[in-house]
Design a protein around this ligand. Structure first.
Ligand SMILES: Cc1ncc(COP(=O)(O)O)c(C=O)c1O
Length: 425
């Protein structure tokens, strides 16, 4: 596979693997032998029909309405076929491709990710997931007893446990401010962080979007405030990479770690890790092996033998996103959010538990069905309507987390709302 020739690569191998791919699909009962669509400059670019076409690329189980992308995303056919083709090539000559054979393709994938996030390729490592990135950050620092790290109460376990194990156990203080669950303004949230900062604060570790109620946290504002005081900012981007158009330099954080298997639609177990050039010297690799002398950001992803077909599948996932356009995906996140909210916000049977303002939420919305237990509702949605979403019970929530990814259409949202209304009565 030559540089900038991924599509050609897929065309070469795509026909040959189409039959093979049908097998796993048939195994889960799908009857849609869909063809790959190239969305670049697609003529129905602005209509709902465009998104219906996008949906055909995600081969979900029959009749499944999947509103659970925040837990785990699906990969479109383009990504599945590319990854499968790479697996077949690898298994045709394992030693050739694992050690050096795909060097160029790996770098091409890094560049695609870097371009998507508007940073340099020398600031991107290709990891396994968000959890790994948070561990890498939390273990890198030689913090001293009495130093402080700020972690708000809504941090995911993957962004909390690593700080407890690697830093709190040494006497470093973890400061855990409480976030408002329904802030009306960004400033309200910035204020929580402002008040938590002390002269001993060394690092602020924060989600870009919290997984609990889908609230967007003000990373840009917090980074600016933190840097004025010499504090570093680490961001858990598990729920934002791929949902938004991002410019990580503009966002201003020092580190950003994400799981590509959610909103980037990449194969499972692939992550992206950004470290601002000036902040990279703080980081120590989690794993060391041959090649450890590398001083570039690649030292953070040096695992020796690893699952390269899935890693190259990430490149295909970014290409798929680029075909549609990240701007358009960003806009669609808000379009679906507004469509969903408008349908239920006036209905007294429901209580939205995600802040309304566009600066404070996007394609993850959390809703309570008043008077009903969320576990019961989740079960009934699944059994009676074939709808998957995530029940949230922490922070006093008794609410469903609805992920509005690009492969759920307005018709799917209508179906979801009808089901919710029926179950609320
Ligand atoms: C905010 C957040 N951080 C971290 C994670 C952990 O992701 P992974 O298991 O892919 O590392 C998740 C998973 O849902 C998440 O929502």
């Amino acid at each position: 596979m030559k540089k900038n020739n991924r599509r050609g690569f897929l065309q070469t191998f795509g026909t040959g693997i189409a039959g093979t791919l049908a097998l796993p699909n048939l195994a889960i009962g799908t009857n849609q032998p869909a063809e790959i669509v190239d969305f670049t400059n697609h003529e129905i670019a602005d209509s709902e029909a465009f998104w219906e076409l996008v949906k055909t690329q995600f081969i979900l189980a029959p009749e499944l309405r999947y509103f659970n992308n925040a837990s785990l995303g699906a990969s479109p056919l383009y990504v599945q076929r590319h990854t499968q083709a790479c697996r077949e090539i690898l298994d045709g000559f394992p030693s050739k491709y694992m050690w050096g054979g795909w060097k160029e393709e790996k770098e091409e994938t890094r560049q695609l990710v870097a371009d998507l996030l508007k940073v340099s390729n020398e600031e991107i490592a290709l990891t396994h997931n968000t959890t790994e990135g948070m561990n890498l950050i939390a273990r890198s620092f030689d913090l001293q007893p009495g130093d402080e790290v700020i972690l708000a109460d809504h941090e995911h376990t993957s962004g909390r446990v690593c700080w407890e194990v690697f830093q709190e156990s040494k006497g470093v203080k973890l400061v855990r401010p409480t976030l408002p669950i329904l802030p009306k303004t960004v400033e309200e949230v910035v204020d929580v962080y402002r008040k938590a900062i002390t002269p001993k604060t060394k690092i602020i570790s924060m989600c870009h979007i919290v997984n609990t109620n889908g609230m967007i946290l003000p990373v840009k504002e917090v980074s600016k405030m933190a840097h004025e005081k010499g504090i570093l900012v680490a961001v858990d981007g598990a729920q934002s990479a791929g949902m938004f158009e991002l410019d990580l330099h503009d966002l201003g954080c020092d580190f950003y770690t994400a799981s590509a298997h959610k909103w980037l639609f990449a194969p499972k177990g692939i992550g992206v890790f950004y470290a601002k050039e000036e902040s990279q010297h703080h980081l120590k690799p989690l794993i060391v092996c041959r090649g450890y002398e590398d001083t570039s950001i690649r030292r953070l992803e040096n695992y020796n033998t690893r699952n390269l077909p899935e890693l190259l599948g990430l490149g295909a996932a970014v290409e798929f996103i680029n075909q549609i356009g990240i701007k358009k995906i960003h806009q669609r996140s808000y379009e679906l959010k507004n469509y969903f909210r408008t349908k239920i916000e006036e209905n007294p049977a429901f209580n939205l538990k995600t802040p309304a303002h566009d600066d404070l939420s996007a394609a993850i919305q959390v809703v309570e069905v008043i008077g009903q237990d969320v576990q019961d509702i989740k079960k009934r949605l699944s059994e009676e309507y074939n709808i998957d979403c995530r029940p949230m019970s922490t922070f006093g929530l008794n609410a469903l987390r609805i992920s509005l990814s690009i492969y759920m259409t307005k018709a799917d949202v209508d179906y979801l709302v009808e089901a919710l209304v029926a179950l609320s009565e």
